[in-house]
Write a protein that binds this ligand. Structure first.
Ligand SMILES: *Cc1c(COP(=O)(O)O)cnc(C)c1O
Length: 411
């Protein structure tokens, strides 16, 4: 069958039509347990009542007026983000609102270039990283195979091995480098956690050389790793932080936070966005952040994450579990294809994905219950034992859905 869609993804043949909390329902009435959250987006679960009512009220009031006018919500949401970057203590930083993670990183890269000044425009990022799909963020993304078809990419990006401080020190030439851009945990790269102390050492190196430390917390931020931001586990403060995925609990909204002194180099006309920070997006962000604080989602992620990691690590076919909080990667035994596990799990009613060939990522809503975690682990146990045996899973048959051709995500 031909499609009118560009083939940038290879979607699994399931059409979800509704969701509540950690559950999804497809167009044939089947129920699924969502342990992906739309790639770490719906942290409060689907159809969260506080977000749903805030967004629906806003729809009836005002959707959009542009950034040529003041906005009743933007100060409020920016100050909430600032306080969370400060782990409860306001930092008096500044926020630029965008619509997607890549755009938040574009803002960070432009800000770093302007702050660095002419000639000092390079950005050093890590191999295995993911920072977005625009031309600049694609070049920042440390996956050379993804660059190749789109050359030439914007100049001024270099990559070093993730977690290797010596490599970072060798690349961070203060006469040319404006910023070091890192994920605190590489999400798309397969939930890779750097050695303890890496971010703190990167912070010290950047301080020593007058280079900005930009942390991409698009996937790790807003409680997912058990802290409001993953860098807080290392007791450091970056110069710039980008936030997106979970910020609107599914409504597209993103932010680039910077300390005031860095942000001050943006003046009117330097950057902008038609939709960035519009009322609809910010109504979702405000309700999401307010609810996240009320629920103390970092502690939920810590508690559920510790239990889930321990249960998954004990499963047959799982070599190790990486990650923190509720951003976990189950590293599978040699010979088990993560895409096959994802496909069979979906057929058995569990939504997960495979960022790499041997890793199954678990990123359920942060409000997931212990019972839902047990249910997911039971499905994984059954799928792993049948994939391990190379046989059809009883759980798959019980759920009554055929296998999709490819369980891997489009990334
Ligand atoms: C998802 C992601 C992005 C890109 O976000 P988009 O909204 O898809 O542009 C950038 N960085 C990280 C770490 C991500 O996980």
């Amino acid at each position: 069958m031909s499609s009118h869609l560009m083939a940038t993804y290879r979607p699994a043949p399931v059409r979800f039509v509704s969701g509540r909390g950690c559950r999804l329902r497809d167009d044939e009435g089947r129920e699924y347990l969502d342990f992906l959250s739309g790639i770490a987006v719906t942290s409060l679960g689907h159809a969260h009542p506080a977000v749903a009512s805030a967004v629906s009220a806003q729809v009836h009031e005002l959707l959009h007026v542009s950034n040529l006018f003041e906005n009743a919500l933007s100060e409020d949401v920016a100050s909430r983000i600032d306080a969370l970057v400060g782990d409860g203590t306001p930092l008096d930083g500044r926020v630029f609102f965008a619509n997607s993670g890549a755009e938040a990183n574009e803002a960070a890269i432009k800000l770093a270039r302007k702050f660095g000044g002419r000639g000092r425009h390079e950005v050093v990022s890590a191999l295995g990283s993911f920072h977005g799909r625009t031309l600049a963020t694609l070049h920042a993304t440390g996956q050379p195979a993804k660059h190749e078809p789109f050359a030439p990419l914007p100049e001024g990006f270099r990559h070093v091995a993730y977690g290797d401080l010596d490599a970072l020190a060798a690349a961070a030439d203060p006469t040319r480098v404006a910023a070091v851009l890192l994920e605190p945990i590489e999400g798309e790269g397969g939930v890779v956690v750097p050695p303890a102390g890496y971010l703190a050492a990167a912070r010290a190196l950047c301080d020593e050389r007058g280079i900005l430390l930009v942390l991409d917390e698009i996937q790790t931020g807003l409680g997912r790793t058990g802290r409001w931001f993953a860098f807080q586990a290392e007791g450091i403060l970056p110069d710039v932080v980008t936030v997106a995925k979970a910020l609107g609990n599914g409504v597209p909204v993103a932010a680039c936070w910077a300390r005031a002194e860095v942000a001050a180099c943006f003046v009117p006309g330097d950057h902008g966005s038609t939709f960035g920070g519009q009322p609809l997006a910010l109504s979702a962000a405000r309700a999401t952040l307010e609810t996240m604080v009320a629920l103390d989602v970092p502690s939920l992620a810590r508690e559920r994450g510790a239990e889930l990691a321990a249960s998954v690590a004990a499963l047959p076919g799982v070599r190790a579990v990486r990650g923190r909080g509720l951003l976990l990667g189950a590293v599978l035994d040699e010979g088990i294809d993560a895409a096959a596990v994802v496909r069979d799990a979906l057929a058995a009613g569990l939504v997960v994905n495979a960022p790499t060939r041997d890793v199954v990522r678990l990123a359920p809503p942060l409000v997931v219950t212990p019972a839902e975690c047990e249910e997911a682990v039971a499905v994984l146990r059954s799928v792993l034992s049948s994939v391990g045996r190379g046989a059809a899973s009883a759980a798959v048959a019980a759920h009554g859905r055929g296998a999709s051709p490819d369980g891997r995500s489009g990334r």
